[in-house]
Design a protein around this ligand. Structure first.
Ligand code: GLN
Length: 448
């Protein structure tokens, strides 16, 4: 076992043993088949963005997804119909009410959000149902792609849900009576029961959460399950609505998008970090796993995962702001030094996003020895530039050129995407020396 595996697994083990003694809560019994679960079972799993799997306890024990299916079916609906169309029929407001509340928007009959039963039933109804692609097949296939393996249905739990699901049926009838919905929620409610009865393990759920955290790409196999904006939209609704009437308190204290289900499954996603899952069937009154809630809460606190907690950037973006005569490579001749004095050099490193680009542009502005000095932007240590940052840097450099400064970039990897032949674009070099040399020689000539 590697050092990383030891450290992460140890953290999960430590949490499990710390909270295994908690016996509060009760098994869900309104769906009789759920009451046969082992109340002692307690599994924890974590999957990283590189697809590394860590787990402890009952992380391989199968149970049904229940409400943990809701965000993933919502993701499917968003993929098929887009956020505007889905939002016409299902709102995205926290309800502050229980998961099975009989509550619809006055006037329109629109459910509050896709994480409570009413909204989930409508969401399921919105998934197209075609002869060659039946609605439930599409859902099962999508859930399986999130998990990275083919999933199946626990037919005993399904039968138990169907036998006792009158409240959900009542909700579906109420929705149909209230709203202009283009699809039939009453027909879809059996499909909703079926999606709740899909069998998973804590490790499966961690993979599903990790796929959302990873921008919709399953980190186990690289499958693009949903587009990045859809993954972000789903995480947003999980953050505000995923824990029902406990959502605000969860976001306050734990600070991660999450979703619980009445069989004892609980997921949480650390965007761009990892997917987490817990399985422990003893539930609190709101239908969330007691130990799952405590364990994931403790993990978030211990590892500093609260989304609103904003640690300082690990490495500084701008590593050098100077003039070329101060570089170690500068020649000693008087005249050459004088020319190099009028070449500003700024070097950046790491991944450049909006925040980092702002720093680079600020450094470029600060770097000017005078209004006409040339400027060399060295991007050799940059690992990537996102679209927003690329546009910012390009227009910032163009503005400098317009203002009468000569600009050059050292960008052998082509991060800036400047094309040759564009007169407004900065000149591109593959070594700093070459860029500085050229800029220094050009400094002898007036700019036009
Ligand atoms: N199938 C369950 C129901 O509709 C799911 C509820 C839940 O997990 N919160 O009642």
């Amino acid at each position: 076992m590697s050092a990383a595996a030891d450290a992460v697994t140890d953290a999960l083990r430590e949490l499990r043993s710390r909270f295994a003694g908690v016996r509060d809560g009760a098994l869900a019994d309104y769906i009789p088949q759920l009451a046969v679960a082992d109340p002692e079972a307690f599994g924890l799993a974590l999957i990283s963005m590189d697809g590394h799997r860590y787990s402890t306890g009952e992380a391989d024990v199968p149970f049904t997804m229940q409400s943990v299916s809701k965000p993933f079916v919502y993701a499917l609906a968003l993929s098929v119909l887009g956020v505007d169309e889905v939002s016409r029929w299902v709102n995205a407001e926290p309800s502050g009410e229980a998961f099975n509340a009989i509550s619809l928007e006055p006037g329109t009959g629109r459910p509050d959000n896709a994480m409570v039963n009413a909204g989930a039933i409508v969401t399921t109804a919105l998934i197209p149902d075609a002869a060659d692609a039946p609605r439930f097949d599409r859902i099962l296939d999508c859930l399986g792609r999130f998990a990275g393996r083919q999933l199946d249905v626990d037919e005993a739990v399904y039968a138990s849900e169907v036998a006792t699901g009158d409240r959900n049926r009542a909700l579906a009838y109420l929705i149909r009576s209230a709203g202009p919905l283009p699809v039939d929620p009453v027909g879809a409610v059996e499909t909703y029961f079926r999606q709740c009865s899909v069998r998973v393990t804590a490790l499966d759920l961690a993979a599903m959460a990790a796929t959302l955290a990873n921008g919709g790409v399953n980190p186990l196999n690289g499958d693009v399950v949903v587009d990045e904006p859809v993954a972000a939209q789903v995480l947003a609704v999980m953050a505000t609505c995923g824990m029902y009437d406990g959502s605000g308190d969860w976001l306050l204290r734990v600070g991660l998008p999450a979703k619980s289900g009445v069989s004892g499954g609980l997921i949480a996603a650390g965007p761009a970090r990892f997917g987490l899952a817990a399985y422990s069937p003893l539930l609190d009154p709101s239908g969330t796993s007691v130990r799952g809630r405590i364990a994931l809460g403790a993990l978030s606190e211990r590892l500093g995962l609260h989304l609103m907690h904003n640690p300082a950037l690990a490495a500084s973006t701008v590593t050098l702001v100077t003039t070329a005569d101060d570089l170690p490579s500068a020649p000693t001749g008087e005249q050459e030094r004088a020319l190099r004095e009028r070449v500003a050099v700024v070097a950046a490193q790491g991944a450049i996003d909006f925040t980092a680009a702002e720093r680079v542009l600020y450094a470029l502005d600060e770097s000017r020895p005078d209004e006409t000095a040339s400027v060399v932007l060295d991007l050799r240590q940059v690992t990537g530039i996102d679209t927003v940052a690329r546009a910012m840097l390009r227009s910032g450099l163009a503005r400098l050129t317009e203002g009468g400064r000569r600009t050059a970039v050292v960008d052998p990897a082509g991060h800036l995407g400047v094309r040759g032949g564009d007169p407004a674009a900065p000149r591109r070099f593959s070594s700093r020396e070459e860029a500085v040399d050229r800029s220094a020689r050009d400094a002898e000539r007036p700019t036009t």
